[in-house]
Design a protein around this ligand. Structure first.
Ligand SMILES: Nc1ncnc2c1ncn2[C@@H]1O[C@H](COP(=O)(O)OP(=O)(O)OP(=O)(O)O)[C@@H](O)[C@H]1O
Length: 205
């Protein structure tokens, strides 16, 4: 189900409005880059979409029991667990039999250019590999909404590009994918852009 923002606006207390009058529909199958200057409210909007922050005005319409999964700037894995197990576990949690979960995990690792490190422990992965693993793990959990916050912010440009190269793999028919980013190459790897700067009341004044 799409995620529809209607007349959405947010401000913290009596601070200036971050964004206002936002009408936008996020559709499944697309990968949206959420852009805008620092402080424009990208992380805040992700929090609203996850249901952690109640917007000051307007509404977010989607399925009531939507499941949102996050991927953060810093990859958080289990140091002694293999890359394969990071991706197989969410498949097991979704009800797959162990051999099926492993097969699905291997397939996902291949798509995220991680086939060669399947048996490597998380602690031994490079920064780019670890971040790609977080993306593969997130997809393995079948989220309805996938929220990704600055996936290349902690990586040098060359390593970041190994992450940008797999952004297209996030597209799924039944998932709304939103990537908050300052990285123009991440933005260009996405299939659509929502620029929060467009909804800043300060810009209009
Ligand atoms: N809980 C809060 N209470 C008060 N102000 C907040 C709160 N959370 C965020 N802010 C402020 O709201 C503004 C928007 O923050 P947010 O983190 O959403 O911006 P951003 O676009 O993600 O920024 P960046 O690109 O730097 O990560 C900032 O000025 C921030 O200090």
């Amino acid at each position: 189900m799409p995620v529809e923002l209607t007349a959405l606006g947010h401000r913290f207390g009596s601070e200036p409005w971050l964004f206002r009058a936002m009408d936008f529909t996020f559709r499944e199958g697309a990968v949206y880059a959420l852009t805008g200057p620092s402080g424009s409210g990208k992380s805040t909007l992700l929090g609203i979409l996850a249901g952690w922050i109640a917007p000051t005005e307007g509404s977010v319409v989607t399925r009531r029991d939507r499941s949102a999964t996050w991927v953060f700037q810093n990859p958080h894995g289990v140091p002694g667990r293999s890359a394969l197990d990071h991706v197989a576990l969410p498949r097991l949690a979704r009800g797959a039999a162990p051999d099926v979960a492993d097969e699905e995990a291997r397939h996902l690792l291949d798509r995220f250019a991680l086939g060669h490190v399947a048996s490597r422990e998380f602690r031994a992965l490079s920064g780019g590999e670890a971040q790609r693993l977080m993306l593969a793990r997130a997809i393995a959990s079948d989220p309805e909404i996938l929220l990704i916050d600055e996936p290349t912010a902690q990586l040098d440009p060359t390593t970041g590009d190994t992450v940008n190269a797999v952004i297209g793999e996030l597209s799924r028919d039944d998932t709304v994918v939103i990537v908050a980013t300052h990285d123009t190459r991440t933005r260009d790897a996405c299939s659509a852009v929502l620029d929060l700067g467009r909804f800043s009341p300060q810009v209009e004044e």
